[in-house]
Design a protein around this ligand. Sequence first.
Ligand code: PLP
Length: 420
Amino acid sequence: MGSVAPTSHFAALPSPPRDEIFELLGAYRRDTHPDRVNLGAGVYCDDAGEPWPLNVVRDVESAMYEKADPHRHDYRAIEGDTEFLALARDFTFSTACEANRLTSVQTVSGSGANHVGARFLAETLRPRRVWLSNPTWSNHELIWETVGVPIHFYPYYNAETRNFDFEAMMATLEKEAQANDVIVLHACAHNPTGLDPNQAQWAAIGELCQRKGLFPFFDNAYQGFASGDPDRDAWAIRHFAQLQPAVEMCVAQSFSKNLGLYGHRAGAFHVVAANDGCSPQVRDAVIANLAQIIRSEYSISPRYGSDIAKAVLGSKALTAQWYSELQTMSSRIISMRQALYNELVRLGTPGSWTHIVDQIGMFSYTGLTFPEVKYLRETYHIYIHSSGRISIAGLNTKNVKYVASAIHAVRSNPAAVPSA
Ligand SMILES: Cc1ncc(COP(=O)(O)O)c(C=O)c1O
């Protein structure tokens, strides 16, 4: 018998680009320099630069361990844990709309909610296009590409003024968006720019969606983490949910950042129906369609993180403790923004830096260029995304002066920075 030359089906696979943030994290971990600084990953660290499991989460975990419920490893229903879902829903929507307008399923955190939601809309609403902000969280593009809906971008960031470009966003959507298009909106703490619309601007965006029949898709990954106040951070979602005539919309919710449950993948996807979409029959059909998507992809969502979120949200005392820890995290971030700004101003670093304190949430779009970012990494061991976005959570009282002095050195001597 003649031997057949082995030919792998995978030998000629294309190499799609790896996610830059995870690549950056790997490079940071391999770097042994004592001054290395990780400003890439969106993970909260304390002032010692260490991960910070929330005390409220630790308390709930201890109680869960003590209780040792024999059902704690059971499967949940495909659509998820209904008690968790009701609490997660109230956390985001409060009393903004009638409960019977809301249909929810549990997801593999915010990324899973974005994906299940995109696939659900691609299959049911069949939009001609989806509108993403330029720039946006990189996974939005990948997710919508995967579900095959043509992607268009609306202007969001003005690089010259380093501000949110509300006028350009509205002009583009007004002119080009059409009924039934999906528009992805960051509920608060826009990633990567850290710039959010103000309430009047949100109201105008809501009116535009209402008038043009656009379908808003809110990505709610930072509720409570941005300002420290979950109600304030949910303002835009609640405003849209209150609009009459009603606007149909959906929300992808994550507990990764606000409860620090990153690896446990706790999240939900909520559909807000118009007034005639509230019948039990319609809601059952929505759940059944979502459940079919979930079943075919991962069958059932993880339960450890959602059990923790449920325990916290289901207790007034634990919720109060959580809210105070949200304040701890968000105020540390705000104070680090101020410290970086103060230091750059004190050093007289060329450029304007007020945007660092004007932005909100985990990230700051610094305005550093790719060659500057590369130089900072190679010369100072400071790891920053190529867009110039820094995770403020990686700054602390011990490294902020070092980071500012490195930025100062780079900006004061542009000739030293090789073009990339
Ligand atoms: C804008 C945005 N949406 C969604 C997510 C999803 O995060 P996760 O899947 O960890 O919940 C993130 C996380 O970085 C994000 O920044």
